[in-house]
Design a protein around this ligand. Structure first.
Ligand code: ATP
Length: 447
């Protein structure tokens, strides 16, 4: 984990936020490469969930919505974590994590728990609501309290009817959304794994109540395969069904897709059978009819919902860990390689003149780079600083799958070498074939 954190900082994937002011605990900013990789993950998700299907459409709903939404959804009363505080050092802990030993050995005497940091007595558990509060307008009055959304899903439920009619869909169909969510977590931790501000990729699939088992199983498999299609190693993933006592207030059944993080198996994505809970509650609180008329079966019902809910940052962290490798080269030097799937790699291609001090090579390389930049719809890089070997290493370390090198032969016959990050093998192709060559590899690499 330390190696990943240091690589992320050094190479511009992820920085501590507000560092010039001493930082803000557990808050991170995504640098140039991190921003690219995040966008790539979101794009691949959107492609798989929306573009490549005719039964799912996209949505982009508001972060701050009418507070009644949270009353109806149950978040105002139930979106809580159990909180305890040390009477001595005033550190706060999540009681469930404390009892599981996540903060260290559990010390309990006659029903009283003690602080894992200073040994002081802990307060009794109280419920702490994770929603961030804010005020709408200039008056900070109770009547104006609003919340930052803790999940993107509710934006989907409140728009369900309008999306259904405007897109002329029939059940079964889904609505997908990517966006920020905010949770005032008691103990954010593990780099970008648990933060107070994060992005979710959520999809709610509306179905007939009789078919919930079928679609629940279907989406577990589809989502599992998505990770594999982007290079996730199967041994790093597992599915963990929730036990009844850990089910969220809206769920009938749930499974987590977990990743083997250095700090243990932890959730990447949740697949939930939310039943008709949300639509029913919104119908009740809004007094608007949210039922569905099924033309085929001539039945009216409130649809059931299967949800797939993934975190962008958690996925990014998992993909980085999954890809990180260290190898010894023939000179016994360590080569760090991010074996990222090309589709999520921040830079797809780097253009390198063999020598920096040869004007003709540099000019030709620049020309090829500038032309390619306008032809492709992914990020490419140009680098002329340092020996060619060092430049290859720099690209390996950030996961660039291919490097194009312009050498003396290029000047004679307009061919270049193209080097593969993983095999380090080079082949010679015509300059005009570069884009086609890359496009083909990108397609071959998908499931
Ligand atoms: P946890 O048990 O880890 O708090 P959760 O079960 O509350 O997570 P969900 O409500 O199912 O999580 O959220 C769906 C997804 O959103 C999670 O699988 C995760 O990828 C992401 N997510 C949730 N909370 C956070 C957070 N605090 N920081 C980063 N990502 C998060």
């Amino acid at each position: 984990m330390d190696k990943i954190v240091s690589l992320c900082k050094r190479r511009g994937f992820i920085f501590p936020d507000s560092e010039i002011y001493g930082g803000l605990a557990n808050t991170w900013d995504f640098g140039p490469l991190g921003a690219e990789m995040k966008n790539n993950i979101k794009k691949e998700w959107w492609k798989a969930m929306v573009w490549h299907r005719d039964d799912v459409v996209g949505l982009d709903s508001a972060v701050i919505v009418n507070p009644k939404v949270w009353e109806a959804s149950g978040h105002l009363s139930s979106f809580t974590d159990p909180l305890v505080e040390c009477k001595q050092c005033h550190t706060r802990f999540r009681a469930d994590y404390l009892k599981e030993g996540k903060y260290g050995p559990v010390v309990e005497k006659e029903g009283v728990f003690y602080c894992p940091l200073c040994g002081g007595e802990l307060t009794k558990e109280k419920k702490f609501n994770l929603m961030f509060k804010t005020y709408i307008g200039p008056a900070e009055e109770t009547a104006n309290i609003a919340f930052l959304r803790p999940e993107t899903a509710q934006g989907i439920f409140i728009n369900f009817k309008k999306v259904l009619t405007s897109s002329r869909k029939k059940i079964p169909f889904g609505i997908a959304q990517i966006g920020k969510a905010f949770r005032n977590e008691i103990t954010p931790s593990n780099f970008i794994f648990r933060t107070r501000e994060f992005e979710q990729m959520e999809m709610e699939y509306f179905i007939s109540p009789e078919e919930d088992k079928k679609w629940y199983d279907y989406w577990k498999e589809i989502r599992w395969k998505w990770y594999l299609s982007l290079g996730m190693k199967e041994e790093n993933l597992r599915q963990r069904p929730h036990q009844e006592k850990e089910l969220a207030h809206y769920a009938k059944e749930a499974t987590d897709i977990e990743f083997k993080f250095p700090f243990g198996w932890s959730e990447l994505e949740g697949i939930h059978n939310r039943t008709d809970y949300d639509l029913k509650r919104h119908q009740q609180f809004s007094n608007k009819d949210l039922s569905y008329w099924d033309e085929e079966t001539h039945q009216k019902y409130i649809p059931y919902v299967i949800e797939t809910s993934a975190g962008v940052e958690r996925s990014l962290l998992a993909f980085l860990i999954n890809a990180y490798t260290e190898e010894q080269d023939k000179n016994k030097e360590t080569r760090v390689v991010l074996r990222l799937h090309p589709k999520i790699a921040p830079i797809k291609l780097a253009v390198l003149p063999l020598l920096k001090n040869n004007k003709e090579l540099v000019q030709t390389a620049r020309d090829i780079f500038l032309k390619l930049q306008r032809q492709v719809d992914y990020l490419i890089d140009y680098d002329e600083v340092g020996s060619i070997g060092r430049r290859y290493r720099r690209q390996d370390e950030v996961g660039t799958p291919w490097c194009v090198t312009i050498d003396h032969q290029t000047l004679e016959d307009q061919t270049v070498t193209i080097r593969d990050r993983d095999t380090m093998k080079q082949e010679r192709i015509k300059t005009e074939e570069i884009t086609h060559w890359v496009e083909e590899k990108l397609c071959i690499n998908s499931l």
